[in-house]
Design a protein around this ligand. Structure first.
Ligand code: FUB
Length: 339
């Protein structure tokens, strides 16, 4: 992985955004921002990047994070408050290393923090921790979520109160090791002309701490209704699942990883299938691209990260930009840099 590999040719489609491209946090490195509006305030649940001195490799060992901070702000453009450490790896009894991209949810007076971390056998699992405050501190459950695997959880609460966890990521995220449903330590990928590995979804139980059903594939289809292929690196799923709903349609968005796009696909159900539509965020500075999408006071935003402050892939800084749906439901492609 080259430092700042993704950002060679940015071309600006919407360059007049007031908040575009300002780091939201400058005293810590932050990444993978999952933003939510709780009680009228924006809360951001990012990864907390650190420099553990581990060289870059394709399995992401250099992303060796050990805790989470929660941030909040009244509105985009307002002051950003750091609420301190919300969860530390030392408080998670089963955790080994690499606290990666988290998400959060709220139900019936309780806030839930969902976090992927490798267990003591170096297998990614997804944990859950609870708090009566959106900023924590969060108390982790003693075990990972049963039947969870891989990483990058995104928990979507539908209008009817049903919650779904989307998750998974290939390469360092280990999704390719679960093709049979059991963990296989060897990386096994489909051939380029075969359907790609698909992200996963499971409905959450009412207690929000377990899956209420077997994990399913999220089908991502091309314009002909065929599954995106493993060799279609520009469009196939890599990591960083997110779900939002707009005008009654379900928008599944994700990173294409080695091609550095945030792409999206639209469907009529949280389970999909989802038909590929295009890129909503062009590559940013740094290898990874990871986002969330949230509405506040009638404006949609994409939270994302790049490596502006450090120039290093694993030391990122979170940012926000306006996101706009066109009248036909497609999303205007955002380029995070003025020319
Ligand atoms: O932050 C560690 C990993 O990098 C995340 O889990 C991925 O989505 C990528 O952003």
């Amino acid at each position: 992985e080259d430092d700042n590999a993704g950002a060679e040719t940015p071309t600006a489609e919407n360059t007049n955004q007031e908040f575009l491209n300002e780091p939201l946090v400058t005293d810590l490195y932050t990444a993978d921002p999952s933003a939510h509006v709780f009680n009228g305030r924006i809360y951001i649940y990012p990864s907390h990047d650190i420099d553990a001195g581990i060289p870059d490799d394709d399995t992401g060992d250099q992303y060796a994070m050990r805790d989470y901070h929660v941030y909040s702000m009244d509105s985009v453009g307002g002051e950003v408050t750091d609420h301190g450490v919300a969860l530390d790896i030392d408080d998670v009894p089963w955790a080994g290393k690499q606290m990666w991209a988290p998400d959060a949810a709220f139900k019936d007076g309780t806030y839930y923090l969902y976090f992927p971390v490798k267990d003591k056998n170096d297998v990614f699992r997804i944990g859950v921790a609870t708090s009566d405050s959106p900023t924590g501190p969060f108390t982790p459950e003693p075990e990972p979520i049963a039947n969870s695997f891989s990483m990058d959880p995104a928990v979507y609460m539908d209008d009817d109160g049903s919650a779904y966890m989307f998750f998974g990521g290939i390469w360092g995220g280990q999704l390719q090791r679960w093709s049979t449903g059991e963990y296989n330590p060897n990386d096994e990928y489909p051939a380029d002309d075969q359907p790609a590995l698909m992200p996963k979804v499971a409905r959450m139980s009412p207690d929000m701490k377990s899956f209420s059903e077997e994990v399913r594939d999220v089908q991502l289809l091309d314009e002909n209704g065929q599954p995106l292929l493993a060799g279609d690196n520009e469009r196939r799923f890599f990591e960083a699942a997110w779900m939002h709903k707009y005008n009654g349609k379900y928008y599944f968005s994700y990173s294409t990883g080695d091609t550095h796009n945030i792409a999206y696909a639209v469907g009529d159900s949280p389970y999909g299938p989802f038909t590929y539509q295009g890129v909503l965020l062009n590559p940013v500075q740094g290898w990874t691209n990871h986002h969330s999408i949230v509405e506040k006071d009638g404006q949609w935003y994409v939270f994302y990260h790049d490596t502006q402050i450090s120039g290093k892939n694993h030391l990122r800084n979170i940012k926000v930009a306006e996101l706009n749906h066109r009248p036909d439901g497609t999303i205007e492609t955002i380029t995070a840099y003025n020319e």
